[in-house]
Design a protein around this ligand. Structure first.
Ligand SMILES: Nc1ncnc2c1ncn2[C@@H]1O[C@H](COP(=O)(O)OP(=O)(O)OP(=O)(O)O)[C@@H](O)[C@H]1O
Length: 244
């Protein structure tokens, strides 16, 4: 997509799945389709089984818009309120994206807190129940030896906090050569405060061809959209804020 100015955005009528509250709007890049069923997202059968077994019947509003662009390999900014299914969406897209026959790390998810990184690991393990996905939560406060053992045994996904992930990369225990997808959860947090330098530090070790997804609760600066491939899926719960 080359034009991300106002003209390329479309507003869609609100259709919230997870919380039937006041009228809400979406702003998306214009080519974003609303896909209302997991079965129509091109998801592999064994993963679909895992999703249904996990108790999901229908994608939430943000999932209906952002899952397919992520699976298409687009760089995506997905912004939506807390509790709207963003973490689950990360789990689902990562499970679909990685090759579970490989032992290489292919997806790296960075979160600002240990709890969130662990939660994401659990979602991936639960949804990926039938695809034998190997994921490791690489977080501070846990044994470094354990990290090393797990990573050396081979995992396809790392869900971690920036400090420990950076440490593992610098020790060459976490090999970055095959990483094709970087997801920053709560990226408003990750790109502010003390995390920014750590994120840049990690980014330097990642392959030049990389899909990046930014997941956020609050709208991110517009400047992040200004590159050709970026796709926006925003849940507009405060129109004024998002227009600036
Ligand atoms: N499609 C879905 N169908 C049913 N339940 C869902 C769906 N997507 C997410 N949920 C459930 O909704 C709750 C919130 O989902 P999730 O944690 O993914 O949202 P979130 O936007 O990341 O929220 P937070 O910012 O609070 O972490 C969880 O209990 C999750 O299992």
């Amino acid at each position: 997509m080359s034009d991300l100015g106002g003209a390329s955005m479309v507003r869609q009528n609100p259709r919230r799945v997870t919380a039937p509250e006041e009228a809400l709007e979406f702003e998306t890049s214009k080519e974003v389709q609303v896909v209302t069923s997991f079965a129509d997202m091109g998801i592999k059968d064994d993963l679909l089984r895992g999703i249904y077994q996990y108790g999901f019947e229908k994608p939430s509003a943000i999932q209906q818009r952002a899952v397919v662009p992520i699976l298409q390999g687009r760089d995506v900014i997905a912004q939506a309120q807390s509790g709207t299914g963003k973490t689950s969406m990360i789990g689902l897209t990562v499970c679909q994206t990685v090759d579970t026959t490989s032992r290489e790390v292919q997806a790296l998810i960075l979160s600002p807190t240990r709890e969130l990184a662990s939660q994401t690991e659990k979602v991936i393990l639960a949804m990926g129940n039938f695809i034998s996905i190997k994921v490791h939560a690489c977080i501070g406060g846990k044994s470094v030896g354990d990290d090393i053992r797990k990573l050396e045994n081979g995992v396809q996904v790392v869900s971690g906090t920036p400090g420990r992930v950076c440490d593992m990369i610098k020790r060459r225990t976490l090999k970055t050569t095959h990483i094709k997808l970087l997801i920053l959860d709560e990226s408003d947090e990750m790109l502010s405060r003390g995390f920014k330098d750590q994120i840049y530090d990690i980014y330097r070790y990642l392959p030049p061809v990389l899909q990046v997804c930014l997941i956020s609760v609050i709208p991110l600066p517009r400047v992040l959209l200004e590159h050709d491939k970026c796709c926006l899926c925003t849940f507009l719960f405060n129109t004024d804020t998002c227009e600036t």
